[in-house]
Design a protein around this ligand. Structure first.
Ligand code: GH3
Ligand code: MG
Ligand code: MG
Length: 394
């Protein structure tokens, strides 16, 4: 078997496999449309390998050569559309259609030019390079780039530039006198093997970008409480650790909060109303806490707030405001007044996270004992001792 035909076969199978994998990924991905465009792109581009074989082994070379050119270019353009969806830079459909039509026309016009001349070689390869360099630009200029995005952008840049290198190589070593000869040239061997490598690299990187996105979505889902829409304990802990990493030497504040007599609310008004209270209180916390704060529902009717770089006095004022607002939660039975108890503790390098939680918990316990519906501040002297005096009356 001819070596080039072998590579064409490999490229066909690889592209078809990527197309199928992207179609499957589309069923799970938030970027469903992007994945479907990638599936279509690889699907269409896979046909170019078949066209190349038909150029060599059938009599109607010109039509199949144009087919090979068009399927690769359309496939790349579809990838560009998918990339536009993924990175928020949509492609103007009219420009894309015009570009493809103009490029196919150009390819038709240069078909009869002597192969391997600079005009023929660069005219043939430039449209591919343009689409890929544009894709690279979209990825590299997108906001919020991660390592995988930078890698994808650079890979697309290299893939785009490699088409110019191909044109140079075709001029240097020749790509056959007529299209039919192409498959028997060394140039074709190098060109198709380079394509095989780049197709796999681009396909895998696009796949990795989508899979990482799915994993990030699943992690954020696993860290979110569906009823209150706040972070759950795991999510809250992770957010707090991230905030502490940002300002390890800052003075922060922790607020723990527990709804009062919640069991009674459930018993009197039903579980459904209890759920509405949790939902409403979660919404209230979300609306009133500063953007940089971490907020979580850390238990049934228990909540926590981490206020980074916040004076303890401001944290107490915030807790007091929350306590007051809880009493007027909307959309609840008129006879129901929701109250909550709060424990507030400072957190600094001298007093670590676990200790701050413990102090806040102790202050909360004291707020409950003191009659509920109040805010207690943990005192410095009795941290973590279990002493009921480990709080300050407010
Ligand atoms: P305290 O003032 O001492 O905190 O009393 P409490 O009744 O609020 O505390 P307790 O721990 O005795 O009861 C908490 C109740 O919260 C028990 C549980 O059934 C209820 N609960 C926990 N999660 C949910 C939930 O998601 N929805 C509803 N409706 N109730 C919940
Ligand atoms: Mg309670
Ligand atoms: Mg409780």
């Amino acid at each position: 078997m001819n070596g080039v035909a072998f590579f064409l076969g490999v490229n066909f199978v690889v592209a078809v496999c990527f197309s199928a994998v992207f179609a499957v990924v589309a069923t799970r991905s938030r970027s469903r449309l992007a994945a479907l465009w990638f599936a279509a792109g690889f699907g269409i581009a896979s046909l170019s390998a078949l066209c190349e074989l038909l150029v060599a082994y059938t009599s109607n070379s010109k039509i199949w050569a144009l087919g090979a050119f068009a399927t690769v270019l359309i496939g790349m353009m579809l990838l560009r559309v998918g990339i536009g969806h993924l990175y928020g830079r949509q492609l103007d459909k009219r420009i894309a259609t015009f570009f493809i039509a103009a490029s196919i026309t150009l390819s038709y016009v240069i078909y009869d030019l002597p192969r391997g001349t600079p005009l023929q070689a660069f005219s043939y390869q430039s449209p591919f390079a343009v689409v890929l360099l544009d894709s690279a630009f979209v990825v590299l200029s997108s906001r919020g780039r991660q390592v995988i995005d930078r890698f994808l952008g650079i890979l697309m840049l290299i893939t785009g530039l490699h088409f110019f290198a191909k044109a140079g190589l075709a001029i240097l070593v020749g790509s056959g006198t007529v299209a039919k000869d192409y498959i028997h040239t060394n140039y074709a061997l190098i060109s198709q093997s380079a394509t095989a490598i780049l197709v796999v690299a681009v396909g895998l990187t696009l796949l990795a970008a989508l899979v990482l996105e799915i994993m990030a979505d699943q992690r954020s889902e696993s860290e979110r409480d569906t009823l209150s829409t706040l972070a759950n304990r795991r999510g809250f802990d992770r957010q707090v650790r991230a905030l502490l990493d940002k300002a390890p030497n800052g003075s922060h504040a922790v607020i723990l909060c527990d709804l009062d007599h919640f069991k009674r609310i459930n018993d009197t008004y039903g579980h459904h109303v209890g759920d509405l209270v949790i939902k409403g209180f979660g919404q209230l916390m979300n609306d009133s806490a500063p953007k940089r704060a971490a907020i979580g529902r850390i238990g049934g009717e228990e909540f926590a707030i981490f206020l980074p770089e916040t004076e303890i006095g401001s944290a107490v004022l915030f807790a007091q405001a929350l306590r007051g607002a809880a009493m007027t939660l909307p959309d609840l039975p008129e006879s129901l007044t929701v109250t909550a108890s709060f424990g507030v503790s400072p957190l600094s390098t001298a007093n670590g996270l676990a200790e701050a939680y413990q102090r806040a918990d102790l202050a909360l316990y004291n707020a409950k004992n003191a009659g509920r519906n109040q805010v207690k501040l943990a005192s410095d002297d009795h941290a973590g001792t279990g002493d009921s005096r480990g709080e300050t009356r407010l």
